[in-house]
Design a protein. Sequence first.
Length: 193
Amino acid sequence: MTYRAFLVLGFAALFPTAFAWADDLANLRLSAEAGDAMAQYSLANRYRDGDGVTRDADYAQAIAWFVRAADQGHAGAMYNLGIMHRDGVGVAQDMAKAIEWLEKAGANGDGGALHNLGVMFFQGEGVEPDVAKGLAWFHKAAEVGYADAEFNLGVIHFKGQGVPQDREEALRWFRRAADRGHAAAQALLEKLQ
């Protein structure tokens, strides 16, 4: 046995998970290349986060894999593409593309995408403020059970932002969010009741 082989075997004995992890990454890449949307999404996340595929994030690879997964209908990939375009991460900031991707993700049931559209329009983040559009997006997110959207609707009704102030309606939204485990809604309900 060569000295190098001896070192590799010794390393494998001391750190067996390192080799399992490398195998896992190789299998993930094979599955992604074979067209598995979930594997493509997972690999994209690893490239975006610099998680074991490169020393640092590789946004070009992340976007390429997110696009491949999104083309197969993966809502999480669509959501990530929307956020990356909104924030200008790995691509030039492009609010039109961000909205397009977030709308696609929302159409595929992603509550986070619907909620983010609500925030963008309600607060005018990167777009012209449009309270009515923001409210509509928050309601769509709440319809799919997204607790942050329910909480935001509670705040909006409590403060009367773009809607008549309505404490009972606010409490109804806070209860819905609290029932889903939203900590801020739970804490606020304790104070208000």
